[in-house]
Design a protein around this ligand. Sequence first.
Ligand code: ADP
Ligand code: MG
Length: 239
Amino acid sequence: MARTWVERTTWQGQPAWRKTYEEGGHRRRIAALRWLARRLGANALLAPVPLTAERACRTEQSMINRLAALGARVPPLLQVGERELVLGDLGPTLAMACRAERDPAGRQALVLRGLQAIGDVHALGGYLSQAFARNLTVQAGAIGFIDLEEDPATTMSLAAAQARDLLFYAHSTARFLADQPGAHAALLRTHLQSVSAVVREEVARTAHALRWLVPLARPFGERARDVAEALGSLAAACR
Ligand SMILES: Nc1ncnc2c1ncn2[C@@H]1O[C@H](COP(=O)(O)OP(=O)(O)O)[C@@H](O)[C@H]1O
Ligand SMILES: [Mg+2]
């Protein structure tokens, strides 16, 4: 995985983001995760192989172009270099919006909006890079997608890539509905009823493969609790 630096900037008087790609990253961790994913038969967890800075930069451009062609909201490419992009601003991230939203019903609506927007991309045969709440944006109700430097379809099937989006999204949004028991699982269950059988099976297989993590993770701090929470939701949604 290439390492990236992102800083806020302006472009012709408008807010924009300068994203710079460097070599490095988590080669060992990714190798370990790929090994574990293979052992578990969890295709959707097979992390894409590490990229050079230039390839990550090119991948981000091609993912943006491909998603834009599907009608998804992605950042305009304002300036393109070999290891650097200037991207148009798509507003605050969904994670920020959820943290700022005090009303539980409002938070539920935000999480649902994100899920529907991912569903729209999937319905057109698309997929994302890392569909965490911090990599979705929301502006005047419109969901955008950022952080597209990885192309999961280089290492997995379309169904597995779409399942991976749902797993990442579930993992990163569980915390926002933790005060509403059953709400997160209910959102996922409804969504999973609308996806193709192969994607549903891929999600179910991964949730099943990771079920042993749930009781282990719960007592281990906030991040681990999020994983447990999301897997609990997914397992409930897949039943
Ligand atoms: N086009 C954009 N619109 C709005 N916010 C952005 C945009 N690009 C980057 N950001 C902000 O910068 C952060 C990091 O950018 P991202 O592309 O996700 O890189 P990283 O690989 O470092 O996660 C995002 O979580 C978001 O807060
Ligand atoms: Mg990011």
